[in-house]
Structure formats: C-alpha cells, structure tokens
Design a protein around this ligand. Structure first.
Ligand code: HEC
Ligand code: HEC
Length: 261
C-alpha cells in the first residue's frame, strides 16, 4: 500500500521515527531541517507568523556561518528563521531553510538580486504583512545600496581580508555589488577573499534585516534612506503617470543610462 508514493512499511518506519507516540493515521506536515522535528501533526498558522525580537550579534554570526554552509541566500534566511526557531520553536522549526539555497550568486549565479537580500526578504515577509514587508524591504534595499559593505567582522574569520576592503554597491544587483568590490580591492570575483566578503555581507544584511524587524515589531520603525534622485527625475516622464510611462523601476537610472536632453 502506498501513501503519496511512500510504501506502507516506509511510512510507518518514518512515522515511528518522527512521531513517536502519535496516533497512527495522523497527518505529518512538518519535515523540519536541522532545527529538530516535533513529531506531531502541525497546524499551519495564519500568515504573518508571530515575531519575537532577536539578538543582532547572534543573527550576524549565524549569517556568517550560514554562508559557508549554504551560501548567501540560505545564510541570511537561516540566520533569522533559525534564530526564531531557537527562540520560539514551532512553527519556525518546521521550515526547511535550505529552500533559500537557490538565491546564491543573484539566483544560481545569475548576478541578479543579491542573494543575502533575497534570503533576508523572505524572512521579513514571513513575519510581516504586505505593507510591513514593502516598507522594511524598501528600506533594506536602499540601505544596502548606500552602505559600505562589508563592515561585519567575525571574531574568528575563516579568511583574512583587510579592514578597508569595503565598497558601496550602489545597486542591489549581485553582479554590480561584487564587481565594484573587486575593482575597489583588487580581489578576483572567484577568490576566497571575495567569498569571505560575501559571508560578512550576509552577516551584515541579516543583522540589518533583524534590526528592522525588531524596530518594526516594537512600533519604532521609521525609514532613514531616500531613493536615488534619478528615479523621480527620470520618472517624471518615463515613470508611472508620466507622458511616456515605459519604465517600472526604482534602481538608480544613471547607473546604466546617461542623461539626455
Ligand atoms: C522631460 C521628459 C523626460 C525626462 C525627464 C527624461 N526623459 Fe528619457 N526620454 C524622453 C523622451 C520623450 C524620449 C524619447 C522617447 C521615444 O522616442 O519613445 C526619451 C528617451 C529615453 C531613452 C531611450 C533611448 C534614447 O536615448 O534614445 C532612455 C534610455 C531615456 N530616455 C532615459 C532617461 C533617463 C535615464 C532619464 C533621467 C536621467 C530620462 N530619460 C529623463 C523624455 C524624458
Ligand atoms: C541595471 C541597468 C539599468 C538600470 C539601473 C536602468 N535601466 Fe533602463 N534599461 C536598461 C537596459 C539594459 C535597457 C534595454 C535597452 C535596449 O533594449 O536597448 C533599458 C531600457 C530603458 C529604456 C528604453 C530605452 C529604449 O531604447 O527605448 C528607458 C526609457 C529606460 N531604460 C529608462 C530607465 C530609467 C528611467 C531608469 C531608472 C528608474 C532605468 N532605466 C534604470 C538598463 C537599466
């Protein structure tokens, strides 16, 4: 007899392993990752899930370590969701945080959206409603574009990089962020120093995201960063409501385009 393709024997073996004492026939939803499985039927709570303030130093360290386990996107997601699993337990401990692995290198190396941001955004959106997620992620993106990275330094670094090996990405794109750092420091894109930079970046991004979440859930969040001026300037004609309206973007237009008369 098969149940979802799992043989009866296998199903009962797993049921015994995961759900000691649980009544047979119970639906087992939670296939947890490293966070430990509560062997019982799980109800999926309504979204957004309840948040509890996190220790920012701990989140940063987990982001750093997580990078070396599963790259940037997993690292940032796991730093926050794993910390919530440690603190709150269920339901955070039923999420396989490895699902964010795909975000590495701007989505499997494409150089699109920075993976650390991607992972942090998913974590933010798990514990904030639509309006909250939009507001916090907007702030996180702008902070990322404008802040020297990486400033986080682990107490025992896996790879040494000079303290002044920092750059301002000016963009949320992995490609731009990495290449500007390489140009600023002289390290190659595939070097272990660049990996270390992204590990520290992952720590810094996860920490910032947790800081924003702490503030937001304490009712104390106010945005501190502003849009690149070009978005409004060029948007007056190309953006929503403008006479041409052929652009939908909040990136700095002048990163890729010249001003035209
Ligand atoms: C006063 C209105 C206005 C503003 C402000 C404006 N544009 Fe344009 N832009 C135009 C018009 C009109 C065209 C021609 C559109 C067409 O032919 O479809 C154009 C064309 C373009 C093109 C098409 C490629 C080319 O140059 O032929 C690009 C790219 C562009 N603009 C970028 C920008 C950027 C970047 C900014 C801000 C720095 C900007 N525009 C600000 C009106 C404007
Ligand atoms: C990451 C680089 C990048 C950024 C940032 C960017 N663009 Fe573009 N944009 C492009 C590319 C690439 C195209 C496609 C050009 C083509 O097909 O010839 C394009 C196309 C355009 C076009 C149409 C050009 C044409 O030939 O008709 C306009 C207008 C434009 N962008 C305006 C903007 C504005 C306004 C912003 C800021 C909100 C912006 N872009 C931000 C890369 C960028």
């Amino acid at each position: 007899m098969a149940k979802n393709g799992i043989s009866r024997r296998r199903f009962f073996a797993d049921a015994g392993k995961f759900a000691t004492g649980a009544a047979l026939g119970m639906v087992i939803l939670g296939i947890g990752s490293r966070t430990g499985i509560q062997g019982r039927a799980q109800e999926v709570p309504n979204w957004p899930w309840p948040y509890e303030a996190l220790d920012l130093e701990e989140v940063a360290l987990q982001g750093y370590e997580g990078y070396y386990e599963g790259k940037c996107s997993f690292g940032a997601f796991h730093a926050i969701v794993g910390a919530l699993a440690d603190k709150v337990g269920y339901p955070f401990n039923i999420i396989p945080t490895e699902m964010l692995y795909f975000g590495h290198g701007g989505v499997v190396g494409w150089g699109n959206y920075c993976g650390a941001l991607n992972g942090a955004c998913a974590a933010i959106n798990l514990v904030t409603n639509k309006e909250g997620a939009d507001a916090l992620i907007k702030e996180l993106n702008l902070w990322y574009e404008q802040t020297p990275i990486p400033l986080y330094k682990p107490s025992s670094p896996k790879v040494e990089i000079p303290d002044d090996a920092v750059s301002i990405a000016g963009s949320t794109l992995c490609h731009v962020s990495v290449t500007r750092w390489c140009n600023a420091t002289g390290f190659k894109a595939k070097s272990k120093e660049r990996s270390e930079r992204c590990a520290r970046l992952t720590a810094q991004v996860a920490q910032k995201a947790a800081e924003l979440l702490n503030l937001y859930h304490a009712g104390a969040f106010t945005p501190e960063h502003t849009m690149p001026a070009s978005v409004a300037e060029c948007g007056a004609c190309h953006g929503p409501g403008g006479p041409i309206e052929n652009v939908k973007a909040k990136m700095d237009c002048l990163m890729c385009h010249e001003r035209h008369p």
